[in-house]
Design a protein around this ligand. Structure first.
Ligand SMILES: Cc1cc2nc3c(=O)[nH]c(=O)nc-3n(C[C@H](O)[C@H](O)[C@H](O)COP(=O)(O)OP(=O)(O)OC[C@H]3O[C@@H](n4cnc5c(N)ncnc54)[C@H](O)[C@@H]3O)c2cc1C
Ligand code: SF4
Length: 510
C-alpha cells in the first residue's frame, strides 16, 4: 500500500506549513549524479519550493483570489484544488495565475494538477455514464482527501514516448509509455516514465494520465490513477536548468532571481502500486482522447501565467532603460509598448477562453477550446519576442557581465563599480541585479519557464494548430462569404446563416 508520510501531518495553510510538510518524505531524488538527502534544503531545489509556497501565502493574503470554500469539507482550500462550477471560477484561476507569475517571476508549478482535476471531473462522469464503473465517486473521495490536507497534486501526463511515429503498443520497449505491469484484486501496478514533470518533487500526490489518444490495442496504457509521491518504486531524476549551479556559489546577484525558480524532473515508475480506490480509468481507451483534449483545453489557457512573468520582464526592461539614462527615448518607449501589447495579447486570449466557458454534463465548467488553443499558440511565440526586446534594451552586458565575486573583490571590485555605473544617481549594484534578472529570464534558470516551457508545455506548437484546424469551421465561413458576395440567393440566406454546428453553435447559442 502507498504510504505518504505527509498524511500524518495536519492541514497545510501557510507557505511555511507547506515547506515543513515536504520534509522527511524519503523520496529517491537524483540531482547532478547524487542521491539527494533532503530536497527542501538543496540550494538548486529550494527556489522551486519557495515559488510553490507562494501559492499558499497568496491564499492567506488574498483568499478571494487564491482560495475557495471546499464543497467537500466546508473549509477554505487552495483554488488550485477547486473544480470550477461557473465562469467566474475559471476567470479567477487566470487572475490568480497572472498574480503568481508577477510575484515569483517563474513557474509556480501548481496548474497541471488543477487542470487535471477539472478535466477528470467531467471525463469520469461521462465514462461512468457509459461503463458505470464508479470512477466519478472515487475521484470525489480522492478530492475530499486532498482538500482535507490542502495538498499539492502534480499532473503526470507526458510519457517519454520513444519513437514518435509509433503508438504505445508498437514501441520496441513498452516502458516508453506508462502501462499496467501487474494486476491484483486490490489494484494495479504501473511501469514506465513521465518526462518534464513540473513540480513533481514539490508535490504530495501525482495523478498519472495517458498522454495521447489510444486505440483498443493500447488498452493496457489506458490507466489513470493517483499515487503519493513517496510510493514504493518511484525514482526522480532532476532536470538541469541553465546556470543552475550558480545557486550553489553562495551569492545572490548572479542567480538573477535568488528566491524563486521552476522545477522539472523525470519520474520513473517501476511496478508502482495503485489501489482500486485511486484508479480513475482502467482500460477505457476510448476516453483517453477526451481526457487529453479537456486537460489541454484548461491547461493551454492556464498559460496566462506567462503574462504575469512577462510583467516582471517588462518591468526589468523599463528599469534598465532608466538606469542607462534612456527611459524617454522614443524607440525605447515603443519597444516597451510592443512588449506590453504582446503580453496583454496572451492574457486577453486566455481570460477570454475562461469567460467563454460552459458547463459539461458533470456540472464542472470548462473553458473555450478555440481561445484556449489560440492563447497557448501565442505563448509559443510572444515570450520569445518579449525576451528579445528585453535583451535589446539591456545592452550587451546582459551576456558579458563579470561575476558577483569580482564585484566584491578587494582589488577589482571598485573598478567594476566605477565602470559599470549607468546614470550617475543610480546604484551600480542595482543595475547589475536588473541585468542578471533579465539574463535569468531569457538565458538562465527561468528561461526554462518563460521560453522553453512556453514552447512545449501543454503541447508543442503543432498540437495547437491541429486543434485550431479542427475547430475553424471553414464551411460556415465560406457560407458567410458567399452570402455577402451575392452568390447565395436571398431566400436561402437566413437558413444558411443559422445552420450552425461545432464551435460557432456553442459560441452563439449560450
Ligand atoms: C518546461 C516544461 C514543463 C513541462 N511540464 C509538464 C508537466 O508538468 N506534466 C506533463 O505531463 N508534461 C509536461 N511537459 C511536457 C510537454 O507537454 C511536452 O514537452 C510536449 O507535449 C512535447 O513533447 P516532447 O517534449 O516529448 O517533444 P516531442 O514529442 O519530441 O516533440 C518534438 C517535435 O516533434 C514534433 N512531433 C512529435 N511527435 C510527432 C508526430 N507523431 N508527428 C509529427 N510531429 C511530431 C513536435 O510537434 C515537436 O515539434 C513540460 C514540458 C516542458 C518543456
Ligand atoms: S507553466 Fe504556468 S501554467 Fe504551467 S504550471 Fe507553471 S505556472 Fe502553471
Amino acid at each position: 500500500m502507498p504510504t505518504l508520510q505527509a498524511e500524518k501531518k495536519r492541514k497545510i495553510v501557510t507557505g511555511e506549513d507547506y515547506v515543513n510538510s515536504l520534509r522527511g518524505r524519503n523520496l529517491k531524488v537524483y540531482l547532478l549524479g547524487e542521491l539527494i538527502n533532503e530536497p527542501v534544503d538543496h540550494p538548486i531545489i529550494r527556489p522551486s519550493i519557495n515559488a510553490l509556497a507562494k501559492t499558499y501565502d497568496l491564499a492567506v493574503m488574498a483568499p478571494e483570489l487564491a482560495a475557495v470554500v471546499s464543497p467537500f469539507t466546508g473549509e477554505q482550500v487552495s483554488r488550485f484544488l477547486h473544480v470550477c462550477t461557473n465562469v467566474e471560477d475559471l476567470v479567477l484561476q487566470n487572475k490568480m495565475q497572472r498574480k503568481l507569475g508577477q510575484l515569483t517571476g517563474t513557474c509556480f508549478q501548481r496548474c497541471v494538477g488543477m487542470d487535471a482535476f477539472n478535466a477528470l471531473y467531467s471525463v469520469t462522469f461521462e465514462m461512468d455514464e457509459k461503463y458505470g464503473k464508479g470512477y466519478h465517486e472515487r475521484l470525489k473521495s480522492f478530492l475530499t482527501k486532498m482538500h482535507q490536507y490542502n495538498y499539492v497534486v502534480g499532473g503526470a501526463m507526458t510519457d517519454v514516448k520513444g519513437d514518435r511515429s509509433l503508438p504505445p503498443h508498437l514501441q520496441e520497449d513498452k516502458d516508453m509509455f506508462v502501462h499496467i505491469s501487474k494486476r491484483t484484486k486490490q489494484g494495479v501496478y504501473i511501469s514506465g516514465a513521465k518526462a518534464h514533470q513540473t513540480g513533481c518533487i514539490n508535490s504530495h500526490w501525482l495523478v498519472v494520465m495517458p498522454t495521447m489518444r489510444l486505440g483498443e490495442a493500447d488498452k493496457e496504457f489506458a490507466i489513470i490513477g493517483a499515487v503519493p509521491v513517496d510510493a514504493e518504486g518511484i525514482t526522480y531524476i532532476y532536470g538541469r536548468q541553465s546556470c543552475d549551479t550558480r545557486s550553489m556559489e553562495g551569492g545572490n546577484i548572479d542567480v538573477g532571481n535568488a528566491q524563486y525558480g521552476g522545477q522539472e524532473a523525470m519520474v520513473i515508475f517501476e511496478n508502482v502500486f495503485i489501489p482500486n480506490e485511486y484508479i480513475f480509468m482502467d482500460g477505457e481507451y476510448d476516453f483517453a482522447a477526451m481526457l487529453v483534449e479537456r486537460f489541454t483545453t484548461y491547461h493551454r489557457r492556464s498559460y496566462v501565467c506567462k503574462s504575469g512573468v512577462g510583467d516582471v520582464l517588462i518591468g526589468a526592461a523599463a528599469s534598465i532603460a532608466e538606469m542607462n539614462g534612456v527611459p524617454k527615448v522614443s524607440h525605447i518607449k515603443d519597444k516597451l509598448v510592443e512588449m506590453t501589447h504582446l503580453n496583454e495579447t496572451i492574457y486577453g486570449t486566455g481570460i477570454a477562453a475562461s469567460y467563454q466557458g460552459y458547463a459539461t454534463k458533470s456540472g464542472a465548467y470548462i473553458c473555450d477550446e478555440m481561445l484556449a488553443n489560440v492563447c497557448k499558440h501565442h505563448v509559443t511565440k510572444m515570450p520569445y519576442e518579449v525576451g528579445r526586446l528585453a535583451q535589446d534594451l539591456a545592452g550587451g552586458l546582459v551576456a558579458t557581465l563579470p561575476s558577483e565575486k569580482d564585484l566584491n573583490h578587494p582589488v577589482i571590485g571598485g573598478l567594476l563599480k566605477k565602470y559599470l555605473r549607468g546614470q550617475a544617481n543610480m546604484d551600480t549594484e542595482d543595475r547589475l541585479r536588473i541585468l542578471r534578472l533579465i539574463e535569468n529570464m531569457t538565458l538562465g534558470r527561468n528561461a526554462v519557464g518563460y521560453l522553453t516551457e512556453s514552447m512545449h508545455g501543454a503541447g508543442s506548437p503543432q498540437a495547437q494548430r491541429i486543434q485550431i484546424g479542427r475547430m475553424m469551421q471553414l464551411e460556415y465561413k465560406k457560407r458567410l462569404a458567399k452570402i455577402i458576395a451575392g452568390i447565395v440567393k436571398e431566400e436561402e440566406q437566413d437558413v444558411l446563416i443559422n445552420e450552425l454546428n461545432g464551435y460557432f453553435e456553442r459560441v452563439f447559442k449560450i
